[in-house]
Design a protein around this ligand. Sequence first.
Ligand SMILES: Cc1cc2nc3c(=O)[nH]c(=O)nc-3n(C[C@H](O)[C@H](O)[C@H](O)COP(=O)(O)OP(=O)(O)OC[C@H]3O[C@@H](n4cnc5c(N)ncnc54)[C@H](O)[C@@H]3O)c2cc1C
Length: 384
Amino acid sequence: MDGRRVAVVGAGAVGATAAHDLATRGDEVWLFDAGTVASGASGRAAGVCYDAFAEDVDAVVAERALARFRELDAEGGFDWSFTDHPYVWLAREGDGGRAEAIREQVPRMRAHGRRVDLLDGDALRAEFPALRADIEVAAVARDAGYADPGSYTRAMADRAVDAGVRLREGTPVALAAPANDGAETAATPRLRVGGESRAFDTVVVAAGAHTARLLGDAGLPVPVKPYRVQAAVTAATPLADRVPQLYDATGGYYCRPREDGLLVGDGTEPIERDPDDWREAADGWFLDDCADHLRDAVGTAPAVERAWAGLCTATPDGDPLLGERAPDVVVAAGWQGHGFMRAPALGERIARGIHDGDWCRPFDPARFDGDESFDIVEGMLVGE
Ligand SMILES: Cc1cc2nc3c(=O)[nH]c(=O)nc-3n(C[C@H](O)[C@H](O)[C@H](O)COP(=O)(O)OP(=O)(O)OC[C@H]3O[C@@H](n4cnc5c(N)ncnc54)[C@H](O)[C@@H]3O)c2cc1C
C-alpha cells in the first residue's frame, strides 16, 4: 500500500535512513527523537565499515550498504564523505585458536563474493610497514572504508526533511499497548507524543538502547540488551597515513585512521546497562588500555585527546531484530556494534519490508519470545 502514515522513533543512522527512504516512496513520515539527530549511538560510533561477513544475508546487506555509502558520497551536496580504506583483522603468534578461526572465515566470505585476502604477517607488513611484527595471520577486506557516523546521520536527516519528513527533535514518544479486546481487525498503532495520542499506519521503533524498554512498556518484549563500549582519538601522528583499519582479535581492540590521528576502541563490557543511567565519559582503565593497544598495534602510543562511551545493543544470537514485532509495529535494533556500517541498507530494507513485505527472514523478531535470558557477547569476537 502506498502513501502510509508512518512514525519512525529514533533519529539515529538507521531511523534517519528509513525515514528518508519511506518518504521517497510517498509516505507521510514523522521522525521523532527524544534528543537531537545522532544523539544516540550514531553520534558516538567509530565509523568502521566493511563487508567481511560470512553469512549470506549479512554479506548482501553489507555490500549494499557500502555501495550506497559511495553513491551518496558521489552525489555530494551535503557535509559528509566516505573514505575507501581496507579493513584488516588479525591474530598474533601463539594465538592458534583465533588464527585458525580467521583461516576458516576467509573462504566462507569469499564464497559470498567478498574480496577478502588471507595473508601471513610478512605479507601484511609488506603492505602496512607501520604495523608491529608477531602477526600469525591476517585477513584483509578490500571492500571497506570509514565515515563519520554523526555527519552521515545529520546529512541523512537533512535529506529526509527535504523529502518531506516531519522531524521532531526533543520529542520523546511512548508506544501504546496494542488493543487486545478480541477484535478481528488489528488495532492501529498509536504513539503518545506530549500529551496527545496519535495513530499511525505503521510505527518503526529504531530507538537504539531504548528499544527494549519502549516496546516492553507497550507489552511487546524483545530480547535486546544495551551494553557499553568506549572509544578514543589520539593527537596527530604520521602513522595515521600508514595503518589500515585494524581489529586485533588477540588483543581485543580496533583502530583506524581518523583525520590526522588514530581512533582506538575496545572496552566492551558484557553487562546490561540501564539506557537512562550509564556513564558517558570514558573510564581510566580504558585510557590505560588504549596506550597498550596502540603500542601493540604500531609500537608507539600517541597521546589520547578525547575519549567517550556509548551504548550498543545485543541479542541472544548476535543477529539483529528487523521486522514486525506486532502488526504494523516494526522493530529495528540489536546491531551488536555493526549498525552504522549497515545503516544505508537497513533503512532501505525497512522501507521494502513495510511496502513489499520483503523482510530479511534471518532477522525476523518472531524467532524470539522476548523473555529469553542470554549473555551479552561482543560483536567483533573471533574464534570464541
Ligand atoms: C563507541 C562506539 C563505537 C562504534 N563503532 C561502530 C563502528 O565502527 N561501525 C558500526 O557499524 N557501528 C559502530 N557502533 C555501533 C553503532 O553506533 C550503532 O549500531 C548504530 O549507530 C545504531 O544506530 P541506530 O539508529 O539503530 O540507533 P541510535 O543511533 O542509538 O539512535 C536511536 C535514537 O533513538 C532515540 N530515542 C530513544 N528513545 C526514544 C523515545 N522514546 N522517543 C524518541 N526517540 C527516542 C535516541 O535519542 C537516539 O537518537 C559503535 C557504537 C559505539 C557506542
